[in-house]
Design a protein around this ligand. Structure first.
Ligand code: RFL
Length: 393
């Protein structure tokens, strides 16, 4: 193939960097384009938890050293409703932990692996257009140092997140778009204070959902259901802590621990999927192809699961010359994508207060929570979805 590179990867988030790492280890030439700078990409505060499939994948790639040293193992979720806590021991139910290892640590590990092997990531290099996806040699048009440039490739990996350029490059009518926007947002804070316990707590409160989690032994991450159009500045630190205490604190559980808030932001809540996740020589992965409401802690894991299917398919093409696995990429990845969508949407509907909810609907939420936390079938169903369905790697 006479191309400038074999695989052009748009986006240096977890999906793009993981793909570049896996292809690079297999001797496949790729170029990663990233519109942000290295600092921006390596410090973005986003996801915090890894399913066991994601942990196994990182370890199998030789990227488990820091993860095993500083990742924090979680064994239970505490659901708060009816004014008390209801623990679900997902480790006992499935044998698997959930590992707190923030997204910026994974990105840091992947960037370090790129640097150690002399593989370049083109930061500050936005892709502006992609052409020729239905031909033999797609063209990537990008800006570098103020100049317009182009590069030919065999394949394009669209790992450029929800607001990227790859999805709009697919002709209208080729993909079907599924979207559900929820009528509330999440106010998320990062606080420089030890969490009440190394346990994740979800509260289904009459005034709205709240959640207590953490990123490190001295760093708490907490969320509050808020209005979709709230701005983080509308919420004073005092108001945030008093609302968290009101929604999360119950007897016989460690109380919320207020501390200095170092970051706060409001996130929109939506479910979004395109189907199929490929067109011609373009293969979409991660947030570029699907978004989940964060209630299930699935966005990052789902992005990594896509790559665990896409990377072997590309490697198979270059080793054996067969497009069979590439052609089947979307069908294979989508099975898991939809199961993850189901879990994340169910958790979102189960735990939030929706505008105009009737007493009956509210009572049904309570009964679903009681069944999920109080019966072996309910516990197992939650547990196996939360720790993660198998990766296909
Ligand atoms: P990313 O991480 O968005 O990376 C996409 C990259 O593409 C770049 N890009 C371009 N580069 C070149 N040219 C262009 N034209 C480009 N257009 C875009 C962008 O700069 C960016 O660097 O997507 P990826 O790799 O698919 O990874 C997905 C995860 O980042 C995402 O699913 C999670 O972070 C979602 N998410 C959470 N997931 C969880 O599992 N648990 C969480 O607690 C959680 N919290 C969050 C989140 C996402 C958030 N966002 C998106 C606002 C909290 C937030 C605030």
């Amino acid at each position: 193939m006479s191309a400038d590179t074999q695989v052009a990867i748009v986006g240096a988030g977890p999906a793009g960097l993981l793909l570049s790492h896996m292809l690079g280890e297999a001797g496949i030439d790729c170029v990663v384009f990233e519109r942000g700078d290295r600092e921006h990409v390596g410090t973005r505060l986003r996801a915090g938890g890894l399913e066991h499939g994601a942990v196994d994948l990182l370890r199998s790639l030789g990227l488990g050293q820091r993860l095993d040293a500083i990742g924090l193992l979680v064994e239970r979720t505490d659901f708060r409703f009816d004014g008390r806590g209801h623990r679900v021991d997902f480790k006992a139910a499935t044998g698997h932990n959930f590992t707190i290892y923030p997204q910026y640590e994974i990105v840091t590990d992947l960037l370090a692996a790129h640097a150690a092997r002399g593989r370049e990531v083109k930061f500050n290099t936005p892709v502006t257009r992609i052409e020729g996806l239905d031909g033999e040699r797609p063209v990537i048009r990008y800006e570098e140092g103020g100049a317009a440039r182009q590069l030919n490739c065999d394949f394009v990996a669209g790992c450029d997140g929800y607001h990227g350029v790859c999805r709009p490059a697919i002709p209208a009518g080729v993909i079907r778009v599924y979207e559900e926007v929820y009528p509330f947002g999440w106010l998320g804070i990062l606080a420089q204070v030890a969490p009440p316990s190394l346990e994740v707590a979800y509260s289904c409160h009459d005034d709205g959902f709240a959640m207590s989690s953490f990123r490190a032994p001295e760093v708490s991450r907490l969320y509050l259901q808020c209005e979709s159009d709230d701005r983080a500045e509308d919420w004073s630190d005092d108001r945030i802590w008093s609302e968290l205490v009101r929604r999360l604190d119950v007897p016989e559980r460690p109380a919320v621990r207020p501390g200095p808030i170092v970051q706060k932001s409001v996130t929109a809540m939506k479910s979004f999927v395109i189907e199929p996740m490929q067109y011609g020589r373009l293969f979409m992965a991660g947030d570029a192809a699907h978004i989940v409401p964060p209630t299930g802690a699935k966005g990052l894991n789902s992005a990594m699961a896509d790559i665990s299917v896409l990377a072997p398919a590309l490697i198979d093409f270059y080793r054996r010359g067969s497009r069979a696995r590439l052609d089947g990429y979307s069908a294979q990845a989508m099975q898991r994508v939809w199961q993850v969508q189901r879990f994340a949407a169910d958790m979102c509907r189960l735990l939030h207060r929706f505008p105009g909810m009737s007493d009956f609907e509210r009572r049904m939420q309570r009964e679903r929570l009681a069944y999920m936390t109080g019966t072996p079938t309910g516990v197992l169903t939650y547990a196996e979805n939360f720790v993660g369905l198998p990766f296909d790697a």
